[in-house]
Design a protein around this ligand. Sequence first.
Ligand code: MN
Length: 259
Amino acid sequence: MRILVCNDDGIYSKGIQQLASSMSTIGETTVVAPDEERSATGHAITLHKPLRIKPVSLPKLNVRAFAVNGTPADCVKIGYDIIMERKVDLVISGINRGPNLGTDVLYSGTVSAAFEGAILGLPSIAISLVSYDSDDYAVAGKVAIHVAEKLMKHGLPQGAILNVNVPAVPEEEIKGVKTVRLGIRRYAENYIKRVDPRGRPYYWLTGEAIDDRANYDGAETDISAVADNYVAITPVHFDLTLHSYIENVKGWFQHPASL
Ligand code: MN
């Protein structure tokens, strides 16, 4: 099995090194990741400047690794096309430093790298550790192997990925796996206004997630599952069509006169 490992925290982050190490136990692993942190870049791709591929050595890991001066989605595209010559069986992105829960998936470079894999028609996983402080990615690495093996066995429909969030607690405190829908994650966001050395104002976004445990339509979500120390797994599709509302909106435009 040929595995493409990517992330959005950059090739030297601790999470991707754990993921590369874990994946190398189940397949031939190639790391293609941004040369610097690209968190919250969503699904951006680079069109207006050249991309460079730089081989790097990751200490103690028996994997090929390449840094790219682009976004996570760029890395998957160029990793698939050029570095791995279109022979890829699995794309896995992470292990992200911090959660990718609920609406986070729309901003997340980690999740977008997995979606790029899905666009290429490949089984793809995004995996995140629910902590910005923990340095211990070992449990999430084990979860990654487990999820990858299940995905390769069962498969998913075209265009779908698995989004996985692992609580940052000791292994014995993890209660199990819950397959749940995405929740809605709200942030208390603020722009802090400051003044630069030349007297001009600038603004810097700060935000803190409000981890309310409110259920969505009464259902458990990825947010509530990780809060209860479960690994949360959500199958996610990049087709954002609201199928249940197509007929309704069609009704708005039935009479040409309404234009
Ligand atoms: Mn990140």
